[in-house]
Design a protein around this ligand. Sequence first.
Ligand code: P6P
Length: 338
Amino acid sequence: MRVKTLGQFIIEKQADFQYAKGELSRLLRDIGIAAKIVNREVNKAGLVEILGETGETNVQGEKVKKLDVFANEQFIAALKAGGECCAIASEENEEIIPIDSEVSKNAKYVVAIDPLDGSSNIDVNVSVGTIFAIYRRITLKGGGKNEDFFQRGTEQIAAGYIIYGSSAMLVYTTGKGVNGFTLDPSIGEFCLSHPNLTIPKNGKIYSVNEGNYLHFPDGVKKYIKYCQAEDAATSRPYSSRYIGSGVADIHRNLILGGIYIYPTTTKSPKGKLRLLYECNPLAFIIEQAGGKATDGVKRILEKEITELHQRTPLFIGSEEMVDKAMEFLKASVALESK
Ligand code: P6P
């Protein structure tokens, strides 16, 4: 089969993208360049002095890993150089990074990014990922501002993730389906490997950190017990698969079918995952692949966003599994309100 690179694919699909020719190509090119550099370092982790912690903690109060900082710097540098982006919101930065330079004076887009999700897994050689969301800017000129990012997930014009695993894969959508590209290191190109990705309507995998079970809402507890019950007709008990790297868990569930849940816990009363640069892009991708994503009550993509690092509970994956989990949550709330 003739190899089709990411660049060739985007040009071919240009008609799918309602905005001016070439802009999305350059944005995804810039992201792809940084992803290749990050992948090279992730692959060397363990051999070079890039493991371990910087001794700092980030805006989330989490220990910063050296590769977090490196990845963040690479994506910021690539987007600044590419000229299509007028501001970046990153998990690693408390405030947005406005970009107002000669090369970006006509920039029409802003990018929200989690440069290295699941970084606690780096030192133990488990897959990690980058998640990104792309919006049209709302402000008219100069460097972008917060309001350019305070748009509902439905306003995303593109979203994607890169998973640095047994191979490096870039998966993205512009609202016309989901396509996956695998990095061929011999030519340094992301090549189309998973056209028209769709998530099975049902599945047999549930992904949740059951260590928090005692502090889950009652409806979540009941759904987990449903997953564990014996019922051959519905292929239960399901398998529990949770590796602590959301991109890897959600990517596996996209391919095989399954549900990923990060509900409220006592430690994370509003949920742990961030709406802007984790849940919205992942929800856009999973919905475009035929799945669902809610916060337990509301569609993720319709949630109001008022803070850059706003957190939300997340139920995402196969449509029928998310619907079933919502049934348990709704029944439990109804019971409590009696
Ligand atoms: P816990 C990584 O920090 C992350 O945001 C997701 O990628 C991952 O699924 C989750 O948090 C892991 O969190 O609390 O289960 O260790």
